[in-house]
Design a protein around this ligand. Structure first.
Ligand code: GLY
Ligand code: MN
Ligand code: MN
Length: 445
């Protein structure tokens, strides 16, 4: 992501994706801007992070950049970017400038971003279609509308605006759903770093420590392996907090009998990893904690078995649900038959989210889940999470022994021809492995 540190030998991987998009377009012009810089407060900005679609096609990490692709008989790949600026580079660091970017990233042409508004009407005039993502950014919508209106004003000079305006994200979403070799390699590295961070957190966590201290261990491990950011805000939830699905306060002191649920993953060169592990603060699962934990683990194993090329997106979820629902009956969390629990969805009291989502440049990645009636069929190269859980909030009729136990176990699965590869498998997961890892540090104290 960092423009000064991108490994330039991978520029051809990005060029190939641009060529693929041009082929999918057939004709017309695509305009894909990167993200805008955002102020956090007063004159402090959020760290800049390129737009995922823009990054996918360029690997170019500087703000104020726009990719223009022209399809048809004379395809062209054009980048608009910031000029070199000796003064600003003293303050903010290196800029490629149009000339440098052309060479390093393999564009056909590069132009100063300061010329974009002047160039846009000429670029879009007489193109049969304009591929742009309307409605994502009001300022960009206005810019494109202004360019279209300038072309319309030239109608008597024989210029025509594109007759078709299409969402450029539609073909890109299809492409992003199947990861190429460069993406898979990065995702495996990100997964490995995050798995190491979870192990480190297990070894560090103990009753009396604060959730944020555990979070600091995760962040330390991410960063020291070159991850630029966490892929999303880390959840470190001890005790009852584990039953709050998006808990991010991370400010409570950990109790002796707490389970700790950690949902955290790093982002590496734009790619997310997403892992959840749940473990006992004192290193040993209590009976009820182990019951729920093993149930969730069994349900995850069922979901993993259902994750293979040719399955529907929802098959892993349905496989997990069956196991979870039966366990909820066995532990008297619910009453009735397996069929009635599944039919009425009464399991939702304890398991209220889906088991999977696509993973890639975004933690909840691009790509369709359903094509009209049918759930997307899994294909080799797709990456999805498998993350069943069980969250027992205190309630009438719920056995007290299970109150406030919240468990989620989440791994990242790469679909292969025969099944799937769990790329996050290095994070300890069985009861025995977790207890052994925790014991190994405790015996050193
Ligand atoms: N960490 C976000 C999720 O699991 O979906
Ligand atoms: Mn997830
Ligand atoms: Mn997660």
């Amino acid at each position: 992501m960092n423009p000064t540190h991108m490994n330039l030998s991978i520029a051809p991987a990005f060029k190939k994706r641009r060529q693929q998009l041009i082929k999918k377009m057939g004709s017309g012009i695509a305009i894909i801007p990167t993200a805008s810089e955002k102020i956090r407060n007063r004159d402090a900005s959020y760290p800049f992070r390129a737009d995922s679609y823009f990054h996918y096609l360029t690997g170019f990490g500087e703000p104020e950049s726009v990719l223009v692709l022209i399809a048809g008989k004379k395809p062209q790949q054009i980048l608009f970017c910031r000029d070199k600026d000796a003064e600003r580079e003293i303050w903010d660091g290196f800029r490629h400038g149009p000339e440098g970017a052309k060479k390093a990233f393999g564009f056909d042409a590069t132009l100063s971003i300061t010329t974009l508004d002047e160039q846009l009407p000429q670029l879009i005039a007489d193109q049969p279609a304009l591929y742009f993502s309307m409605g994502q950014d009001a300022a960009w919508d206005a810019r494109i509308t202004a360019a279209l209106n300038q072309v319309r004003a030239l109608s008597r000079a024989g210029k025509r605006p594109p007759a078709d305006i299409r969402d450029v994200h539609t073909p890109l979403d299809q492409m992003r759903l199947i990861k190429d070799g460069h993406e898979i390699a990065l995702m495996k590295r990100a997964a490995k770093i995050s798995a190491g961070a979870h192990q480190r957190a297990m070894q560090f966590a103990a009753p009396g420590k604060y959730e944020y201290e555990v979070e600091a261990e995760l962040l330390h491990e991410f960063r020291r392996h070159g991850s630029q950011y966490p892929a999303y805000t880390s959840i470190v939830a001890a005790g009852a907090n584990a039953c709050v699905l998006h808990y991010v306060d991370n400010d409570r002191q950990i109790g002796n009998n707490d389970l700790i649920l950690i949902d955290a993953g790093c982002e590496l060169d734009g790619y997310a990893s997403d892992i959840t592990r749940t473990f006992p603060a004192n290193g040993k699962f209590s009976g009820p904690q182990r019951d729920i934990y093993q149930l969730v683990l069994d349900s995850q194993a069922a979901a993993i078995s259902a994750t293979r090329a040719g399955s529907g997106f929802l098959d892993p979820h349905n496989a997990a649900l069956k196991v979870l629902a039966q366990g909820m009956l066995d532990f008297k969390l619910l009453r009735g038959s397996l069929d009635s629990v599944l039919e009425t969805e009464s399991y939702r009291q304890f398991y209220m989210h889906r088991t999977s989502h696509w993973l890639g440049l975004d933690v909840h990645d691009a790509g369709e889940y359903k094509d009209g009636k049918h759930w997307t069929k899994l294909q080799p190269g797709m990456v999805l999470t498998i993350e069943p859980g069980c969250y027992v909030r205190p309630a009438k009729g719920v056995p007290k022994a299970f109150w406030n136990i919240g468990v989620r176990i989440e791994d990242d699965a790469l679909v292969t021809a025969k099944g799937c590869e769990i790329i996050t498998a290095a994070a300890p997961k069985t009861v025995a492995d977790i207890e052994a890892v925790m014991q190994s540090t405790r015996s050193k104290d």
